[in-house]
Ligand binder design. Structure first.
Ligand SMILES: *Cc1c(COP(=O)(O)O)cnc(C)c1O
Length: 452
């Protein structure tokens, strides 16, 4: 018979747990497998910590989102927000599903071209575009989304020199009833600035105004904001038609749909309160359909959804390095990943599960990362069964904004693996090495040697 593993005893107040409509909470369900592959096999082969992405979850989530809109509106196009996760393999899954690319820098633009996205299907957003960025985007016939008047005049100069008419949209910001208002990007609707920009573009007649764009916030739990935004966008498009006889080809409603993560300090868990794609689609599509467009003139609806499409597909696997008691008696568990890899732990209370069979008895714990830095806290307060050095854990819903915002700080970044539809793992980004980083450095001659 196998000997049972020693578990430290804990003293715990007896508590039947809060009964919800799903019954009483009965303990921990270990998360031992991802898409059929054992966590312990994945880390044995690819190391710990390790990011894992489920191709199946990406495709299922995408199709659910696409159908929610396509069943309510005749012409819908998604454009993958590169900054949310620009691993090429991830972008290509979205492109295979039919997504265009949405980029906010030259770096992301080059990545999209490198992935084989045709120039006219790369939407170029963002406040930071140089004259050379404009030149390349104009030559590739990419829709350029203008952020401010300085960009508008700069782009006019570039395109006049090239003798080309760029395809442009303006980014519009507006009051959607949600605070804080995102008014630092684009032209304001309420004070007439958006209309000024539109009028200038049409009357100077050097560019083709093909669309209108907005991106009203991120992690928007209030779906009503999208109805307000859609009605203001439709209002601009209908006014353009009325005053200039011009049909706007697309309305781009940006991103911002919430994922199922739980925001820090939220009372209810994200899985219970996050609106569904249907909720968002209902607000946007119903507003546009009723706005007053003739049916053959309904503009293409573009969506740049980021986090809601990829968060669920990403996991971070890690290993317990140590346990300790803090001065106030609280249990602290130190993991081999921290805020360097899990940037979103600044905003979210990420769900964590043990990756092996565990006790049903839980204790409040604080989950630390391995960095030599006080703010390296992954979870401030989480109920966990006793875990031992070497035990593994799975962090859920880490697909968005971690593999792009991670920091190379103190330690190197780990492998990323994608599990395909047949359950085969593929290494899609190799862990960094000291050589990878030092090859970018150079040492001035007078600093090459020293005596100690
Ligand atoms: C970041 C960004 C997105 C994606 O936002 P999510 O909140 O992740 O959906 C879409 N469009 C623009 C312009 C962005 O900057």
């Amino acid at each position: 018979m196998q000997k049972l593993k020693y578990e430290r005893p804990v003293i715990k107040q007896l508590n039947a747990g809060v009964t919800t409509k799903f019954g009483a909470q009965t303990g921990f369900i270990p998360h031992t497998h991802i898409d059929g592959l054992a966590v312990k096999d994945l880390t044995a082969r690819f190391g710990s910590p390790l990011f894992v992405i489920s191709e199946r979850t990406i495709r299922q989530t995408y199709q659910e989102a696409y159908n929610a809109f396509a069943n309510r509106y005749p012409n819908v196009q998604f454009a993958w927000s590169y900054k949310t996760n620009y691993m090429n393999a991830v972008c290509r899954v979205f492109h295979q599903e039919g997504s265009w690319a949405e980029v906010v820098s030259r770096f992301e633009y080059e990545k999209a071209l490198g992935n084989g996205v045709p120039g006219d299907k790369i939407i170029f957003n963002g406040p930071d575009k140089t004259a050379d960025d404009h030149r390349v985007a104009v030559l590739n016939n990419s829709p350029i989304h203008i952020d401010h008047f300085d960009e508008l005049y700069g782009l006019m100069e570039v395109s006049t020199k090239l003798g080309k008419r760029p395809k442009v949209a303006i980014r519009v910001n507006m009051d959607t009833g949600v605070q804080p208002m995102w008014d630092r990007f684009g032209f304001n609707y309420e004070n007439g600035q958006a209309w000024d920009a539109i009028t200038k573009i049409i009357q100077t007649d050097k560019m083709d105004l093909v669309g209108l764009h907005c991106h009203v916030g991120t992690f928007m739990l209030a779906t009503s904001a999208y109805a307000v935004a859609a009605s203001k966008m439709a209002d601009l498009a209908l006014n353009i038609k009325r005053q200039f006889g011009l049909d706007i080809q697309y309305l781009d409603m940006g991103g911002g749909f919430a994922s199922k993560n739980t925001l820090k300090g939220a009372y209810l868990s994200g899985t219970d309160i996050t609106p569904s794609f249907h909720d968002y689609a209902e607000q946007i599509c119903t507003t546009l359909i009723k706005a007053g467009f003739r049916s053959e003139e309904l503009p293409l609806l573009i969506l740049e959804t980021g986090r809601a499409l990829i968060d669920d597909a990403g996991y971070l696997l890690g290993t317990v390095l140590a346990n300790k008691r803090l001065s106030d008696g609280r249990r602290a568990t130190i993991m081999d990943f921290g805020v360097n890899l899990l940037f979103t732990s600044f905003w979210y209370e990420h769900a964590v599960s043990p990756a092996q069979d565990c006790s049903q008895y839980a204790e409040d714990a604080i989950l630390y990362g391995p960095l030599c830095m006080n703010i390296d806290v992954v979870r401030e307060n989480v109920k966990l069964p006793p875990l031992n050095k070497g035990d593994q854990m799975v962090v859920h819903r880490v697909g968005a904004y971690n593999m792009t915002q991670w920091m190379q700080f103190i330690s190197l970044r780990p492998n990323i693996v994608l599990i395909d539809l047949d359950g085969q793992p593929h290494l899609i980004r190799k862990h960094e090495t000291v050589e990878d980083l030092t090859q970018l450095e150079s040492t001035p001659a007078h600093l090459e040697s020293f005596d100690l």
